[in-house]
Design a protein around this ligand. Structure first.
Ligand code: PMP
Length: 397
């Protein structure tokens, strides 16, 4: 990608065939990934998996900036990855966990702690914001934890947490393991495990990787692996990483049948990411996010998320007066773009728009054009072309 964010990916938008999927994941699937998904089903212990599963693990570690440690790729979704990260590092009756929550998915981490009887505290940020580094610092001066977990980007609120700052503070104030839920971030926003001191990145395939849903992904640092090795047993079977470790190292071995086709497509997705380059990819996500927000702002939308915590991967625009949520989203769908409604307290007031994965510049502009068409159909008055112009100014020629 050039410095102005011209398309790295070339994809024709054929809206007759396919809607542009801009919900907060799954994201649009590139045809190279779809083609890999349609490759023949091979033996899960055969030679193809030696290359593809092992290659995917290596690439996933590179994407999480983890030079040692271990990657795990198993059938499931982000919630399974949350469970895997927690159960393999925190023991009920022994460890104390701190959950840094921006909302919906932090609350879910708390629910998982409760389901397994794990002692935990939750620091809750107001929706649309994240816990401030100083607040974490203060908490860690007064309290001791064994494991600290943070959502990186909360998909409900669009708030991106300063996980690099958190990691620094965790390292300074405690010996706790630091887990990041990167479901809405990994591969789109940096998560530098080695440099920052993150011990587990948990994530899923359907967001910034641009793969159809179906994979739970985790990268454990050496320290996190050592913690698991030190736990005699954990209240899990399928999500016990020690049962999977031999398979990730040598796919000729068997524990439970890996999802061969998904793994092939995920491997292709990781190759696409590394071909683009991690830093250019992060810059592209940031550029597209700014273009989307400037475009929508020029049309009269506000934003639910506090600007201090804007995410590169999704936006949560608030409707201008007179625009009704269901009618807007239904009309936008007719105009070729799928977005999601607000969750919980934001329902009816906002929509949620993902701009992550292998999105192109043309798709960003198409989305804004479709929003403009939709507003015209709904009788909303605005300066025609204002959204496209503002987004174009961010994207450059
Ligand atoms: N964490 C975050 C931050 C998420 O956005 C999501 C899904 N939107 C999850 C966890 C759960 O992932 P899944 O729906 O794949 O189980």
């Amino acid at each position: 990608m050039g410095k102005n964010g011209e398309a790295f990916f070339v994809r024709n938008i054929s809206m007759a065939k396919e809607k542009l999927l801009l919900i907060p994941g799954p994201s649009p699937v590139h045809e190279r990934i779809l083609a890999a998904l349609a490759e023949p089903t091979v033996a899960h212990t055969g030679p193809e998996m030696q290359v593809e599963l092992k290659g995917a693990c290596e690439n996933l570690k590179r994407i999480a900036f983890c030079s040692n440690g271990e990657a795990f790729i198993i059938a499931g979704a982000g919630t399974l990855a949350m469970e895997m990260a927690l159960l393999n590092t925190a023991a009920a009756g022994k460890d104390r966990v701190l959950v840094l929550s921006q909302g919906y998915f932090g609350e879910r981490m708390g629910q998982i702690c409760r389901a397994f009887g794990i002692d935990h505290d939750i620091m809750e940020a107001e929706w649309g914001r994240a816990i401030l580094p100083d607040e974490l610092d203060e908490r860690l001066i007064k309290n001791t934890y064994d494991v600290i977990v943070s959502t990186h980007v909360d998909t409900a609120t669009g708030a991106c947490a300063p996980v690099e700052d958190y990691a620094r503070i965790v390292k300074k104030r405690s010996g706790a393991l630091f887990i990041v839920d990167g479901v809405c971030a990994t591969g789109g926003i940096p998560e530098k495990m080695d440099d920052w001191g993150i011990d587990v990145v948990l994530t899923a395939a359907q967001k910034c990787f641009g793969v159809p849903p179906g994979l739970a992904l985790c990268v454990f640092s050496e320290r996190a692996m050592a913690k698991r090795q030190g736990l005699a047993s954990i209240p899990a079977y399928y999500s016990d990483i020690l049962r999977w470790l031999p398979i990730m190292k040598d796919p000729a071995k068997y524990f439970s049948t890996p999802c061969v086709n998904e793994i092939r497509s995920f491997f292709e997705a990781t190759r696409i990411i590394l071909e683009e380059g991690l830093e250019p990819r992060f810059r592209r996500h940031n550029l597209f996010a700014r273009a989307v927000r400037e475009g929508l702002r020029a049309l009269g939308f506000g934003f639910f998320t506090d600007p201090e915590f804007y995410a590169s991967t999704l936006s949560v625009p608030a409707y201008p007066a007179g625009i009704e949520d269901k009618a807007f989203r239904a009309e936008l769908y007719e105009n070729g773009v799928v977005v999601a409604g607000g969750l919980a307290q934001t329902a009816g007031k906002v929509f949620r728009m993902g701009h992550m994965g292998n999105l192109t510049r043309d798709e960003v502009l198409f989305a804004l054009e479709s929003v403009e068409k939709t507003l015209v159909s709904l009788g909303y008055r605005f300066e025609p072309g204002a959204g496209l112009k503002a987004a174009g100014a961010v994207l450059g020629p």
